[in-house]
Structures are given as C-alpha cells and as structure tokens.
Design a protein around this ligand. Structure first.
Ligand SMILES: Cc1cc2nc3c(=O)[nH]c(=O)nc-3n(C[C@H](O)[C@H](O)[C@H](O)COP(=O)(O)OP(=O)(O)OC[C@H]3O[C@@H](n4cnc5c(N)ncnc54)[C@H](O)[C@@H]3O)c2cc1C
Length: 512
C-alpha cells in the first residue's frame, strides 16, 4: 500500500503534522523508533512509582491555534497553570518571585531595588517588541532576515531589530538594571551559549515569545509533558492516522531525485507520495538520506550547522520538598516552589558559559528546577515529590575524560549547590539520574543532545533554519520535507514547525 505521507518520528511536531494531513484526507503513517510517542515531550517512570517529564518540562509556547485545531483538550490535554512561574533565592537571603502579571513583578522589583523599577518597564517594552517581531511569523512560511528588516523599517521596531541582530544580553541587562540581584534575575543567553554573544538577544527574544501565550495554555500538563503528546496521538488516530512505535527508519528512499518512502531496520520498505522527517536536520541528511542523493553543497552546509550549545537534565525522586521557608517566611506557599531558578549573579552565569566553552562541566551551574508534583499529585506516591533540573551549560563533549567519567561528580555537585539554599535537600533525595548530552542523544535521538535540534541563533532562524538552500520546509530532495524543531520557527514545544510543514505539503496537494 502507498501512503499519502510517511512521517519519520512521533515527536510532538511529527504528531501535529500527522493531524493536519490526516484531517485533510491524507493516508498518514507515523513511524517512531522508541516504544512510545513524544520525542522530547514525554513522561517516563524513571524511578519506581515516580513519573517525570524527562526532557521538556514546561508548556509555555504551544501555539493556541494548534491546541484548538487539534481539539487537544477534548483528547485529554489538561494544563495546571503556574503562577508565580519562578522563585529565585539569593545567597543574601533575598529572593524574587516572577509572576505573569507585570504589576506584581514591578512590586517584586521595587522590594529588591526601587531604582530598577523604571529600567524594568523599559526592559519589558524592549522585550515585548523583540519577541513580537519573531512571534508574528511563527505560523507562516519563514521570511529572510532582509524581509524582516523591510517589514520593520520606519516603525518603532526598527531599532529593536537592529539591537537584536547586533547587541548582547549582558550589555542589555547591565544597561537596564543596577542591582546585582535584579541583574541575576534577567541574565540569560540560552542557545547563544554566552550572554556576551551577539546572538544572545535573539535567542532570548525567541523564548520570550511565551509572553503571547494565553494563561490557560501556560503551565504543567497533567501527567507531565507526555500529556501533550498522548493527546496529540489520540487526536491523530481519531482522524485515521496510523502510528507505529518500535519502528526505526534506517533510510529514506530516493528514486530519480524524489523521496518515495522509507526502509525500516528490519528491511521492510514502505512507500509514500511524500516523506516528512521529524528527526533533526543532521540526522535526516547525514544518516537517513544517502549522500549520493544529495548535492555536495547540501552535505557540507548541513554538516556545518551549529549544535554546539548543550545542557544537562537531572531528575530526582524526593521524600520531601526542599526547605526554602527561611527565604519566604510568612509568605511561604509550596506553590511558589513549582519552579525555582538558581543563578546568584551575572558573573556566575558567565562562569557557567565559560566553563562549557572550555569543555568542562560547569563549576557554576545555572539551574532551572521544577517540582511538578506540588501541583500534579498523579506523578508520585502520596507525600513524595519529583524534581527535574534543566542545567545551563555543559559541553557536548568534555575536553578531558568522557561524560561516563564525569556523570557522578557532576550530579553530586548539583545536589551540593541546591543544599546551599535548601539545607534538607541532600537527605530528601531517594534516588537521582543525570542525562548528559550523551543520554539525550541516545534516548531521544537528538544529534549532540541538542534540545532544539539546532542552536537558535541569528544565523539559524527564519529562512536560514535549517538552510537558505531549502525552500522553507521543502528540502532539496523532491517530496522530502522537514517538520521538526530544526525548522522555522524553532525548538521548544510549539507545534509550529509541524503546523507549517503540513501546510506546505497541503499547498502542494492542492496544486495537483
Ligand atoms: C532536556 C530538555 C529540556 C527541554 N525543556 C523544554 C521546556 O521546558 N519547554 C519546551 O517547550 N521545550 C523544551 N525542550 C525543547 C523541546 O522539547 C524540543 O525542542 C521539542 O520537543 C522538539 O520536538 P520535535 O517534535 O521537533 O522533535 P523531537 O521531540 O526530537 O522528536 C523527533 C522524534 O523522531 C524520532 N526519530 C528520530 N530518528 C528516527 C528514526 N530514524 N526512525 C524513527 N523515529 C525517529 C525520535 O525518536 C523522536 O521521537 C526541552 C528539550 C530537552 C531535551
């Protein structure tokens, strides 16, 4: 049987694409190498009776249109809102809560440093414009940087866009805030890997597009992030899409320059009119498509794509919550602990970036801690908790030794650092596990463990994601499309690449 479309990979974007194509009447087959769907948007039982969002942990950018079009709430999606969405303690005993509401944030800033209130308003105005410039193209075919420059010309966004292209986060934060602790709240660089890197404002603006997410779509999915992809899979199957797990695609078959199907690792061949790859661009073009089916400049261009910036993911089963009561006093509420950030200063953040660039696990790990079991009691036995930490930064490959040599001491160091803020932490840990870039690559199939398939930087966004040699989602191999995080607009659980890739295919189908 020939399918209308085969989708390689049941990550959330593959599932989104499957929904749109099946809804349009296509005969769709999704092939997933693991024994469950979801890619990096999953829940796993990493410790007996403790279930964890083992990769992504917060639903903050899933596009409202995708939720509505796929009718995900009627297929089981349920999101616990998180507000405040972050608690950040400092060694001084001070702390900051970040809320969705700007007035409440202003009060928090005023409590920490009255001089920084005006800077906060200016910073928010800048970031709203910066994020808005990117967000307006999310569900469209990607424009080039030059087209965006044309679009903003003569508007108040023009200077913001220029700063996004040329400025860096460290200057931006130090220019807007005076208090070292307030600076530590806002310093970030994400995939730019360094707050002094010219691309760092672009990387942060991309993630700050979550300020346009409706409150009801921002939070922790019930049952973990797998709740999102389980709902997507149910929706796709209800439309007639077939999903096969334990189905490893070895090769994308190309005949006379056109993708005609796939070959599985057991030798089975399945044919289709079009193939969409949810695997990352490097995996797709450097291992699934034969080099002989590609022009040399495509192979060279894909090999040079940047997957350099890496993170760690730590998971623990806890007997009790970490004790942060001495920070919050009579303001204490355990709901404030759902998300905690450890980053005491700009210099500490810089150290984390510098260590990773030097090929060392960080001596100053910046930690985004989540304890979802505060809100979602379905994840753990009664009274117990799960904690996950997303850690910035880590080298893809350590300069000395291997991640196998370094895993234990790196995990122990994270426990020690948290213990400096929450003294009961070490004794509360029943068990822990650390995913280095090696585990992220092996488990999820992410090249170099890259959580967004490719670094999100100025050079790898919009029409340059993954390559200006591609026509958006259409690759140079006729009938082969990319539909994952390595395409516009990029990584995170957004559903946007899957939405846009499916619409590119639908436009071709309509044209026939
Ligand atoms: C540690 C970590 C933390 C993160 N935190 C967040 C967060 O809090 N919030 C957020 O929004 N995003 C977060 N992200 C990013 C986000 O999860 C990813 O960018 C996004 O899930 C990518 O989705 P995708 O569908 O494009 O690709 P993927 O999820 O990578 O899916 C690709 C799928 O293809 C399959 N596949 C690959 N090769 C083959 C093959 N040969 N045959 C068959 N199947 C194949 C893989 O098994 C996988 O299921 C995080 C990611 C990680 C790893």
């Amino acid at each position: 049987m020939t399918y209308s479309a085969i989708i390689v990979g049941a990550g959330h974007n593959g599932l989104v694409a499957a929904n749109y194509l099946a809804k349009a009447g296509g005969r769709v087959l999704v092939l997933e190498r693991r024994d469950f769907v979801g890619g990096a948007c999953i829940t796993e039982e990493l410790f007996p009776d403790f279930r964890v969002s083992s990769c992504s942990y917060i639903c903050h950018m899933l596009q409202g249109k995708v939720i509505d079009d796929l009718d995900l709430r009627n297929h089981g999606l349920d999101i616990h809102p998180v507000d405040p969405y972050r608690f950040q303690p400092f060694p001084s005993g001070n702390y900051m809560l970040r809320w969705h509401d700007q007035e409440r944030n202003t009060e928090e800033i005023a409590r920490m440093s009255s001089r920084d209130v005006a800077g906060y308003q200016r910073y928010q105005d800048f970031m709203r414009r910066a994020a808005g410039i990117l967000h307006r193209y999310f569900l469209e075919s990607p424009p080039t940087l030059a087209q965006v420059t044309e679009d903003v010309r003569g508007t108040r966004d023009e200077a913001v866009w220029e700063r996004m292209l040329t400025g860096n986060m460290r200057d931006l934060v130090e220019e807007h805030f005076e208090s070292p602790e307030v600076r530590a709240v806002f310093i970030d660089a994400e995939d730019a890997g360094d707050p002094r890197a010219p691309s760092s404002i672009m990387s942060i603006a991309y993630l700050d597009t979550d300020m346009f997410t409706a409150d009801e779509n921002f939070g922790i999915p019930h049952g973990g992030m797998g709740g999102i992809t389980q709902a997507m899979a149910r929706a796709a199957e209800s439309l007639g899409a077939e999903i096969r797990t334990n189905a490893v695609v070895n090769r994308i078959l190309v005949r006379d320059g056109r993708a005609v199907g796939v070959e599985l690792d057991d030798g089975e061949r399945v044919e289709a009119d079009v193939v969409l790859s949810n695997a990352d661009p490097k995996r797709t073009f450097l291992s699934l498509v034969d080099e002989s089916d590609l022009a040399p400049e495509i192979v060279r261009g894909i090999s040079r794509l940047k997957t350099d910036v890496s993170y760690l993911k730590f998971h623990a089963a806890l007997d009790e919550l970490p004790d942060f009561t001495h920070y919050l006093g009579n303001r204490y509420d355990e709901n404030f602990l759902v998300q905690v950030r450890i980053c005491p200063s700009v210099e500490y953040f810089q150290q984390s970036a510098d260590d990773a660039r030097a090929g060392r696990p960080s001596s100053a790990p910046v930690m985004h801690i989540q304890i979802p079991s505060v809100l979602d009691k379905s994840l753990t036995p009664e009274g117990k908790h799960v904690m996950s930490i997303w850690v910035l930064y880590a080298p893809v490959r350590p300069r000395e030794g291997t991640w196998d040599d370094l895993r234990e001491q790196t995990g122990e160091h994270l426990i020690d650092v948290i213990g400096e803020y929450a003294p009961n932490f070490r004794k509360s840990v029943r068990d822990w596990e650390l995913f280095t870039p090696v585990e992220l690559e092996e488990r999820v199939g992410l090249t170099d463990g890259n959580i967004r398939h490719l670094d999100i930087t100025s050079a790898q966004i919009l029409a340059n994601r993954p390559s200006s040699l591609f026509d958006g989602y259409k690759t140079p191999v006729e009938g082969l499309y990319l539909c994952g995080a390595g395409t516009h607009p990029g990584g995170e659980v957004t559903g946007a690449p899957g939405h846009n890739a499916a619409h590119a295919v639908l436009r071709e189908w309509e044209a026939v």
